[in-house]
Design a binder for this molecule. Structure first.
Ligand SMILES: NC(=O)c1ccc[n+]([C@@H]2O[C@H](COP(=O)([O-])OP(=O)(O)OC[C@H]3O[C@@H](n4cnc5c(N)ncnc54)[C@H](OP(=O)(O)O)[C@@H]3O)[C@@H](O)[C@H]2O)c1
Length: 349
């Protein structure tokens, strides 16, 4: 499988982009995070070896930010790639590596070992960012159906989350990660965390694409010194069937996105990436195709969208959440909206 991926990569005409040209986000610590990263979630259809080969290619052409997670089940393979990179031309301090704590490791004594495991797999001494992947401590097996429910599923309980967060803070004290952050949080949950944290989250990773702009949460995090990282920035066109509903809309088919893509002579995906970086979030597009990996990086160093185009895209928000998180529901009769605190309060247990 690795051979297939490497062959795929090596047949592509190589062009590079100077990483110093890629815009950076300055975190509250003063650290500079590249404003685009490569996603590494291969889901059901892309092997760990193919993702690792994509990471290698991406680093060669100028990416320095990689969004990893233990649950993506490919950190050992990515680690081999990173180790090769670090033995040659790239220094550790030029890379930005994120990993994430999976939901079955929220138990107090498991946070530090989970981070150490990711470090061992990625063959690193420290991470730049370690996120709590979801605010719910609910295990579900990879690839399970959205109707699947854990009999031990729990709601968000702030006191429990803070026990996990205290361990996250310890990871910073121990030097195992430079920053900590959250993912899939809501405003009411973040308000409590900001009230109680000794080390506040430096980023919140959240679904963000033209049809799901989350303006309120986006503004809230920025106003509180938290950088928004945008996942599924292209609208996750290859997500598995089980993650699709009939109401879902498709960013890549939006007439506004298509018209701008035609003006620029690029794929509509590239317009989504340009919009994301210009708006102020950090997109982490996934791809294993060299042409697309390169196009997404070129997107952030080439002609920007016009102010009118930015305004037009702001108007095509459909409030269309694609990653609904149904598997985290904790009791009968709930709907996925309950996970997202839509009425401004944490949904009661
Ligand atoms: N924190 C969380 O809970 C969470 C949740 C979901 C995702 N994530 C992160 O976000 C990353 C990205 O999200 P995602 O994978 O759901 O969706 P995405 O990045 O929106 O979409 C990826 C898809 O877009 C295609 N693509 C990428 N660049 C393209 C281009 N220039 N032209 C045409 N097609 C292009 C890719 O196909 P090809 O491979 O064929 O190019 C791939 O199928 C994940 O890998 C993961 O790291 C985090």
């Amino acid at each position: 499988m690795r051979e297939r991926a490497e062959e795929h990569v090596s047949t592509f005409h190589q062009q590079t982009i100077d990483p110093s040209l890629v815009p950076k986000r300055i975190l509250y610590s003063g650290a500079e995070m590249p404003a685009i990263g490569l996603g590494t979630f291969g889901s059901d259809h892309v092997s760990a070896e193919e993702v690792a080969a994509a990471v290698e290619y991406a680093a060669r052409i100028g990416y320095r930010h990689f969004d990893c997670a233990a649950v993506y089940a490919n950190e050992p393979q990515i680690g081999m790639t990173l180790s090769r990179m670090l033995e040659s031309e790239i220094h550790r301090d030029q890379l930005w590596i994120t990993s994430k704590l999976w939901n079955d490791k929220h138990v107090e004594e498991q946070v530090i070992p989970a981070c150490r495991q990711s470090l061992a797999d990625l063959q690193l001494d420290y991470l730049d960012m370690y996120l709590v992947h979801w605010p719910f401590p609910n295990y579900h097996p990879p690839h399970c159906e959205v109707t699947s429910r854990s009999p031990h599923a729990k709601p968000y309980i702030h006191e429990d989350f803070m026990k996990t967060w205290r361990q996250m803070e310890k990871l910073v004290d121990l030097g195992l990660t430079r920053h900590i952050g959250t993912s899939n949080m809501t405003i009411p949950k973040l308000k409590r965390l900001l009230r109680d944290a000794r080390i506040p989250p430096a980023v919140n990773e959240m679904e963000l694409h033209p049809h799901f702009q989350q303006p309120e949460l986006f503004e809230f995090v920025r106003a509180n010194g938290i950088e928004p990282i945008g996942y599924s920035p292209i609208g996750s066109p290859a997500r598995p069937e089980r993650d699709r509903t009939t109401e879902d809309t498709t960013d890549l088919e939006d007439p506004v996105i298509i018209r701008i893509a035609q003006r620029l002579g690029v794929h509509p995906a590239v317009v989504c990436i340009k919009w994301a970086v210009q708006r102020g979030q950090t997109p982490i597009p996934f791809s294993i195709k060299p042409t697309n990996i390169l196009a997404n990086l070129q997107a952030v160093v080439s002609e920007p969208l016009t102010d009118d185009e930015m305004r037009e895209i702001a108007r095509i928000d459909r409030n269309c959440r694609l990653i609904k998180g149904q598997v985290f529901l904790w009791k009968e009769g709930q709907s996925w909206e309950d996970l997202w605190d839509l009425n401004g309060e944490i949904t009661p247990a």
